[in-house]
Design a protein around this ligand. Structure first.
Ligand code: SF4
Length: 470
């Protein structure tokens, strides 16, 4: 293999798909058939990686500089802002960098998700999913996701299970073609779950926590297996490594920035503009972003280092499988050392990562043994939808990374099209909280009063009440 081909992992979600990135004048993606998570296959996002990896430059207050100078200036401002600095990393970088980051972030660590609102005894169940091979042999699978849009590589596993006789039930706002049974989320009482069922849901910064709790309660009461898929390449690693840290939720972070108690935000490999409203970000005195690819947030300081495919380090996928990135780069770790005022040793951090998941060597073909401890009774009170139009974000890798997606339309049902007298090929006008957008639409078997979109419009959770017209 030549020097400019990297065996790496797709950063699009926590599924852990392996691939090769070939660096010529342009970036190219090659398939890695030996990869245990995806057997070489990639979704639309994985195929779009050359577009995702846009180069980025180190900047301080609008002026281009070196990585080292940017890191030194960031260190100065973080020290000066002590007591009003927050640290955000949603888990889109190596476990070794995340460990170093945690040492810096002791006072205010945000992984973007709301573990504060969930009982401690479900932490492990949410953090580490089940092996994908368990899905293939399940007798009954219950989906609380749209696998085609959100985690496409799981479709292959679902079809294998179905070919072996599994029944698939989708609890979703739209009929899913691979499901034998489609139940709307507000009719979840019709759902029959047994100990032979495997429940597949997801967990992310905008998850409705009552919904997450109700999925956990459903699994517990039936004795069913449950797995939560996640949107960032190393979400599982981030949660395992942060299990003893005091984590703040994204909502708390937003609140603290709005109140002015947090004035400096340091984001590691996370684009804050995807997670935090722009009017909140504009209240910060300093936004510092350390990243390997272009971000859309306007930062005071950008510390630019190698992209993920050139990094050395370990990712942990949704099954808990440890996977080595194929690069040799440690610029990110060195920048974190400058900020901490101490040198981080990659090998030491790597040993700690292996210890935390109970392995002696990183082997992507063997899933480490994880406990799946029982958890106590869970009370959940998910809110039913009001009988008014709502726009529901079906978060997908393009949305999480602010990458333009060709699938920029909303899905609605024929009743809505007829009621609004929409024309084929026409435009749908959507208004919410004083903002208005025009969108192409597609007719699909969607629930009444529901519009589904793969492109966000506002950042207040998954469901947004809207007014619609033609
Ligand atoms: S399923 Fe996730 S990890 Fe796999 S190619 Fe798509 S975005 Fe990448």
């Amino acid at each position: 293999m030549s020097d400019n081909v990297y065996s790496t992992i797709c950063p699009g979600c926590n599924f852990g798909c392996g691939l090769y990135i070939r660096e010529n004048d342009i970036l190219e993606v090659d398939f890695r058939k030996s990869s245990p998570a995806n057997a070489g296959k990639l979704c639309r996002f994985g195929m779009s990686l050359p577009r995702f990896y846009k180069p980025v430059k180190s900047i301080v207050d609008g002026k281009e500089t070196t990585l080292d100078e940017a890191a030194k200036e960031a260190a100065k401002r973080i020290l000066a802002g002590k007591g009003s600095v927050a640290f955000l990393s949603s888990g889109n970088t190596t476990s070794e960098e995340l460990l170093a980051f945690q040492k810096i972030a002791e006072s205010y660590l945000c992984t973007g998700v709301n573990f504060e609102a969930i009982p401690k005894d479900v932490y492990q169940t949410i953090s580490v999913g089940i092996p994908y091979s368990d899905i293939e042999v399940a007798k009954h699978i219950v989906l609380f996701i749209d696998p085609y849009e959100q985690y496409p590589l799981i479709v292959r596993r679902l079809l294998l299970a179905k070919n072996k006789g599994a029944k698939i039930t989708a609890v979703w706002w739209k009929d899913l073609p691979l499901a034998n049974e489609n139940i709307r989320p507000d009719q979840v009482l019709k759902l029959q779950v047994t100990k032979d069922s495997v429940i597949i849901a997801d967990f992310h910064p905008f998850s409705d926590i009552e919904q997450v709790k109700s999925v956990l309660a459903l699994a517990k009461n039936a004795g069913a297996k449950v797995t939560f898929l996640k949107p960032f390449a190393n979400s599982t690693g981030a949660y395992i490594l942060s299990k003893d840290a005091k984590q703040k939720s994204l909502a708390q972070l937003i609140d603290d920035i709005n109140k002015g108690t947090i004035k400096t935000l340091f984001a590691l490999e996370s684009d804050p503009s995807v997670l935090i409203p722009s009017d909140t970000l504009s209240k910060l005195t300093n936004l510092i972003i350390q990243t390997g690819q272009e971000v859309s947030a306007k930062a005071n300081i950008i510390i630019a280092h190698e992209p993920m495919y050139k990094k050395k380090g370990t990712l942990i996928n949704n099954e808990g499988r440890a996977q080595a990135l194929g690069g040799a780069g440690t610029n990110g770790l060195e920048a974190l050392g400058t900020i901490a005022g101490a040198k981080f040793d990659f090998n030491e951090l790597h040993e700690s990562v292996k210890k935390s998941i109970g392995i002696t060597a990183v082997d992507e073909f063997t899933i480490p043994k994880y406990d799946r401890p029982a958890y106590g009774e869970i009370q959940a009170a998910p809110k039913p939808l009001e009988a008014k139009p709502v726009l529901i974000y079906v978060y997908n890798p393009f949305m999480w990374f602010n990458l333009a997606d060709d699938n920029d339309f909303v899905e609605l049902n024929l009743n809505t099209v007829r009621a609004l007298k929409l024309f084929k090929g026409g435009i749908l006008k959507i208004k919410s909280n004083g903002s208005a957008i025009e969108k192409k639409f597609k007719v699909a078997p969607v629930q009444d009063n529901v519009l589904l979109t793969g492109k966000s419009f506002g950042k207040k959770g998954i469901i947004t009440p809207v007014e619609i017209s033609r």
